[in-house]
Design a protein around this ligand. Structure first.
Ligand code: ATP
Length: 436
């Protein structure tokens, strides 16, 4: 059973230190969030799981980390200055603003219920503009990137020359992006500051349809492999009127959120649009010379573009469960071990001096390889519940017998089954159970 109500996750995240409203002591800063001790670990795990699949386990994708601030030329070339806008309408009665394409009924204001009260739609550019250097004004404007993708295109030649890759190959990046969203909301699903995981995969033009299919399937599978049930995911091809200005075909990987199906990741066929635009605007040749065929061509691009925060929301929603153990209700996050903030919790049965050194020894051994929590407060039952609620796959209990028999108890989050294991083989046992 997954979460049926977003509030189940919002409350858990607040209560257990995953996600806090930003600037909360000043009343909060709408649609911004800070990630607490557990949330920051989970975000890192989402990023690392993506890099692992997209870069580490392949030989045809390299990673970069480009700047967030960029000069206007980049976004003139990419089309963002002219086209990266949403249609905005104002309600003349209640003065609220909405995205026209998000309205259920284009004639009725969802704020105050008035009909026929909207202004004409106008294009609102979503990029954040700021100034570099001591002088504000024209010539000093810079933009905060609204997607990480342009960093890959403007570095295409650098990477081609330094990495010795040739198409088909990809450049991947994980990092923050900024969009002045008109209607942020649904918790961390849509915020103005967020993190993306994008790959620009450069291919010979004739192979672009094949690679598009490949990436649609590969990216869908990534979520399934990390524990999202297949029936909570679907691939939806965009209609012609939905396509971005650069796209020859886009599919969204959609997730069944509590409010309905919505985008989790987009996979787009960007053709040679981006490299072509940057070549025109910069005057640099952004193409590839294939020595085998003697042909020079501008590669086509397939782009799988995901959100770190949005993926985290989906993983949390899908992992949420409630069940009963020993007649007592428990909340549990059935997170994939790679995504769980802590992999193991070390729980000494007592705070007594006799037990603490051994418990800390065990914590240190495990912590050399895994993110470990250590908790010696409250009853053991309550400590298990706390770990279940944050998704910790394994608990290791150190008791007074451990001092004599050199063994500890491992408890499994999902089955609650407990097994006695010699301390000498604990690390190996944990590795087998986690799968890494
Ligand atoms: P949407 O239609 O939901 O606004 P989009 O089609 O504009 O998304 P893309 O430009 O395709 O989004 O960005 C790729 C991915 O980046 C999205 O699938 C999502 O996971 C993430 N993303 C985009 N905008 C936001 C945002 N404002 N907050 C959080 N994540 C975002």
């Amino acid at each position: 059973m997954a979460a049926t109500d977003l509030d189940q996750i919002v409350n858990l995240c607040k209560r257990r230190g995953f996600v806090y409203p930003s600037a909360e002591i000043y009343g909060g800063f709408r649609s911004s969030y800070d990630y607490g001790p557990l949330g920051s670990l989970m975000l890192r795990n989402v990023r690392e799981a993506w890099i692992r699949t997209m870069v580490q386990e392949r030989d045809d994708v390299v990673l970069i980390d480009a700047a967030i601030l960029a000069p206007p030329q980049v976004f003139e070339a990419s089309g963002h200055l002219a086209n990266f806008s949403d249609p905005l309408v104002d309600c003349t009665k209640c003065k609220q603003r909405f995205r026209e394409d998000h309205l259920d009924d284009p004639n009725t204001c969802p704020g105050c219920g008035a009909t026929g009260s909207f202004t004409e739609a106008r294009a609102f550019n979503l990029m954040f503009k700021t100034y570099a250097g001591p002088v504000e004004g024209s010539g000093a404007e810079v933009y905060m990137r609204p997607e990480t993708a342009q960093g890959m295109f403007v570095n295409f030649l650098n990477v081609l020359q330094t990495s010795r890759k040739k198409p088909p190959f990809g450049i991947a990046q994980v990092g923050k992006s900024f969009r002045n969203e008109i209607t942020p909301g649904n918790f961390i699903f849509r915020t103005r500051e967020f993190e993306q995981m994008e790959c620009e995969f450069f291919v010979p033009p004739a192979e672009s349809a094949k690679w598009y299919q490949y990436w649609c399937q590969a990216r869908l599978q990534w979520y399934v492999d990390l524990g999202i049930p297949a029936e909570m995911l679907q691939l939806r091809a965009h209609d012609a009127d939905e396509l971005s200005h650069y796209s020859a075909g886009t599919s969204d990987i959609e997730f069944r959120y509590p409010w309905g199906w919505g985008e989790l990741e987009g996979v787009a066929q960007r053709t040679d649009y981006d490299l072509g635009q940057h070549a025109d605007h910069s005057g640099q040749k952004l193409d590839y010379f294939d020595q085998n065929s003697g042909m020079r061509y501008v590669p086509y691009v397939i782009e799988p573009a995901a959100g770190v925060n949005r993926a985290m929301a989906a993983f949390l929603l899908a992992a949420y469960d409630e069940d009963e153990v020993g007649g007592e209700a428990r909340t549990i996050l059935r997170l994939h071990p790679r995504l769980a903030p802590y992999k193991v919790a070390v729980l000494p049965l007592s705070k007594k001096e006799t037990l603490t050194p051994l418990a800390h020894d065990i914590r240190r051994t495990l912590a050399a390889r895994y993110m470990v929590d250590y908790d010696d407060t409250q009853s053991i039952g309550r400590r298990y519940r706390r770990q279940d609620e944050v998704g910790t796959p394994l608990c290791v209990t150190v008791d007074f017998d451990s001092l004599d028999d050199g063994a500890v108890t491992i408890r499994d989050r999902d089955t609650t089954e407990q097994v006695r294991v010699p301390i000498d083989s604990l690390l190996a046992e944990v590795g087998t159970r986690l799968g890494f």
